[in-house]
Design a protein around this ligand. Sequence first.
Ligand code: PGA
Length: 255
Amino acid sequence: MVRKFLVGGNFKMNGSTKTVKEIVHRLATADLDPNVEVVIAPSTLHLLVAQQVIEETGNKQIEVAAQNVYHEKPGAHTGEIAVEQLKAEGINWTLLGHSERRQAGETDEVVARKTKVALDGGLKVILCIGESADERRDGKTEEVNARQLQAVIDAGVKNWSNIVIAYEPIWAIGAKALRAATPEEAQGTHAEIRKWLAGAGLEGNAAEDTRILYGGSVSGANCKSLASQPDIDGFLVGGASLKPEFIDIINCKRA
Ligand code: PGA
């Protein structure tokens, strides 16, 4: 199976209805490489307006994702959002396990449980993993990624066909990033993750078929060299996803 290139945009806790409309309209009316799957994750407040703008433009390429879901059925859970609620609105994707959520207290087990519930409820999941600067310095990158992924298997997920992994080293993310990973660093880690998938006892041909995105300071300037690596199957883009540069990142494979 050829792994279709996927570029995700994580808007994080940014934007107003007005600016999200502008950003999504610019994106949905741009000349995008049709060979790329595009998934944008605005804040919960703007999921439906983003979806509406995409529909109004007639764009069939861009899909909308939540940034998080809760692992319980709809009910008395103030401040949370359920898989069923997203599905009822035609939202078919969610991010899970972003390092900003893990730093806010989500354990591997919670992220894994959410992943199981999201998949069971029919959502596709962009599962974020990655090590801190200290963990990389101490040679623990592989161990940390394996632990975060193993938790999902331990939660009972053996079929990974609706999981996209986003490898996002914490030291490369956001305004406080040290730097982006080099293409060689990212490729090396992606290859390790793929090797781990091969030995994980998953259904089907998960090692070959699962897409592994890179995230962390992806920009118009570094996207081409990162995308040229054999095990980098797309990106999860934070800051740059709010800018016109996001279009260049989506189109980075186009000559
Ligand atoms: P960044 O964020 O592109 O701003 O580094 C990536 C992410 O957090 O998903």
